[in-house]
Design a protein around this ligand. Structure first.
Ligand SMILES: Nc1ncnc2c1ncn2[C@@H]1O[C@H](COP(=O)(O)OP(=O)(O)OP(=O)(O)O)[C@@H](O)[C@H]1O
Ligand SMILES: [Mg+2]
Length: 372
């Protein structure tokens, strides 16, 4: 990365409200180590669970209710605030936290949810006279791999240190499946992505067809532990195509047909189907990621997003990295940092600070990894 002489923030308050999680966290950089000082996540997932998916208006309303208490709690738990009063920091006119900057997710996501975080962050940046760093949520997901120390005493995220460039990044979240070649912080090449459903969406939609609650990924993963992954022959679309794109919608159709043909009250059939679905998704993700690493002669792979918590994906990719990439290194964030949180948003901001006018930051629901 080009050396800069200007101010580099070391302690950042991150704010994340792209979907149904309201999150705030404080992280601190010390050399190559990044430590979480606090990490608060309030989720409205339970409210959406009964509808089988997220209701955007409801998600935005819950964001409004949670944003101030969540930021307040993140500041209190970071221990950066004065010893007292420790209750309502944000209502004090004299309080200014000992942070260097504020980071906020500005897209992609649900517009109502994003606006809550972005406008709150802009207001705090103005009141506290702190720089504001807008973060692309998708790029942010990857930065869970740069967190070395959690806020839990003695619990380290990455004992082996941080990923080294160049690397292949696989993002597998609820709404996205993307492969990138990262050459440095802020310097990456987009290789490909899903043409229809994302990997997380494939888990969620097949789980729904199987009568399992939302979010479906953890449900399928739990059921799969007792199942036979070769029990059902499921498609692996685009697995061997000469590009880095993905397609998961065919899987949903195939599972829909199987569900009609089997007894879904039978726990063994359900476990076998769950294991077969998990295996099919993992096979495609592993194949494309390893192919990208071999094509560009890259030894380091990082994985991010909610599906990165999946045990089968971790195991299969681990095996392939060992056998196919000599001296290859594989990074997964700890499972609790894979799904949405503000710790990785703040961590990403540690490496992407640029002086900008805070009021120029605008929520951008359609942001992608193509445009930075
Ligand atoms: N253990 C698991 N196995 C498989 N999938 C999982 C697991 N845990 C979570 N998921 C999936 O991860 C997804 C949620 O991840 P994440 O929070 O990163 O997505 P998102 O924020 O909704 O989407 P995006 O980041 O694309 O906007 C859900 O689809 C969920 O089913
Ligand atoms: Mg996300």
């Amino acid at each position: 990365m080009a050396k800069t002489n200007y101010f580099q923030p070391q302690i950042i308050l991150g704010i994340e409200t792209s979907c149904d999680e309201t999150a705030a966290a404080v992280v601190q950089k010390d050399g190559e180590r990044v430590k979480i000082l606090s990490n608060i996540v309030a989720s409205s997932a339970e409210i959406h669970a009964k509808y089988g998916g997220i209701i955007p208006e409801q998600a935005a309303r819950e964001q409004l209710k949670s944003i101030i208490p969540v930021i307040n709690e993140a500041l209190i738990q970071s221990n950066l605030c004065p010893p007292s009063p420790k209750k309502h920091l944000l209502s004090s006119t004299i309080y200014r936290p000992a942070i260097d900057a504020i980071a906020v997710t500005y897209g992609p996501g649900l517009i109502g949810s994003l606006l809550v975080g972005v406008e709150t962050a802009k207001t705090l940046a103005l009141v506290w006279k702190k720089p504001l760093i807008p973060v692309n949520h998708l790029l942010g997901h990857f930065y869970a791999n740069w967190i070395t120390d959690t806020h839990l005493p003695g619990v380290k995220a990455h004992l082996e240190g941080v990923p080294k460039f160049p690397l292949i990044g696989l993002l597998v979240s609820g709404g996205h499946t993307d492969l990138v070649l990262m050459k440095d912080h802020g310097k990456y090449e987009y290789l490909g992505g899903t043409r229809d459903d994302a990997a997380g969406e494939a888990f969620d939609k097949t789980a729904r067809l199987m009568g399992l609650p939302y979010p479906g990924g953890p449900q399928i993963s739990r059921l799969a532990e007792k199942g036979d992954p070769s029990a059902f022959k499921l498609p692996r679309p685009m697995m061997t195509t000469d590009d880095f794109d993905f397609s998961f919608s065919g899987l949903k159709t195939a599972v829909g047909n199987i569900v009609k043909a089997i007894d879904i009250q039978n726990p063994n059939s359900m476990a076998d189907l769950a294991a077969s679905v998990e295996e099919a998704i993992a096979d495609v993700l592993v194949k494309k990621t390893i192919t990208a690493a071999l094509k560009f002669n890259i030894k380091q792979i990082i994985v991010a997003g909610g599906v990165a918590a999946n045990k089968k994906l971790r195991q299969k990719l681990g095996e392939e990295v060992k056998t196919q990439l000599s001296r290859g290194d594989l990074f997964f964030p700890p499972p609790s940092l894979c799904t949405d949180n503000a710790a990785y948003i703040a961590t990403s901001a540690l490496y992407h600070y640029k002086p900008i006018e805070s009021l120029s930051v605008q929520a951008n629901p359609g942001l992608t990894l193509f445009r930075k």
